[in-house]
Design a protein around this ligand. Sequence first.
Ligand SMILES: [Zn+2]
Length: 258
Amino acid sequence: MRRLLILSLLMGGCAASETHRSESAAPVSAPAPMAVPNHTTTIGYSVQRRPIELHQLGGDVTRPVLIMGAIHGDEQTSAAVASGMLDYLTKHPESMRDTPVAIITMANPDGYAAVTRVNANHIDLNRNFPATNWSSRSAGRARRNFGGAASASEPETLALMQTIERLQPRLIISIHSMEKPCNNYDGPAQAVAETMARHNGYPATPTIGYPTPGSLGSWAGIDRQIPMITLELPRRLPGDQAWQNNRDAILAAIAIVR
Ligand SMILES: [Zn+2]
């Protein structure tokens, strides 16, 4: 009974959105095709109980392009670009060309709030994924890229893993920043990286120049063969400029994996 009530509330919420959309978009005699509303859901909570939010855009939410910002909290430009894409696609859904897009603007909200690379447990989330190359020996706790005493130990990592397993994205773009910007690819994503390179001018490369055991690229791209781009923005570029410089690259990536 309780489940029925929740279901009916959910359906009621969606119906309300649909009604609002059809009123403004199409005459009654020629209704617009049934579209799934844009949903925002909380996929988990950080160590300090901040919500991690997922925005799902598009008419079909299966196998989206998943865009993530700020898994490293001190790379704040990455959140600006992910937020820019969320705003842009909300206003210009035709840019998705029927490819669903899911966006997590802030994968490490505690790190973002504290302006730290790591989460509140001092763990580098992008070394905490249970990839086959994960190793506790690769970095000590004092290091800035400590991957945890065990893989998948952090609530943020688990939320991201569960979301990726559930969504089965056709492409993941995780946005970072570093001194040498690049379109780094793991798994079958070389063509996507080369397409993005033509738009943002950063090289397409299979490595960022050093090993990244337990990274999302290792877990999702190499182990699971999900096309995976680690978009490294220039470190000191202001967020609005990074967005302007990368909008077309990300839109081109979305278009190429239709
Ligand atoms: Zn990073």
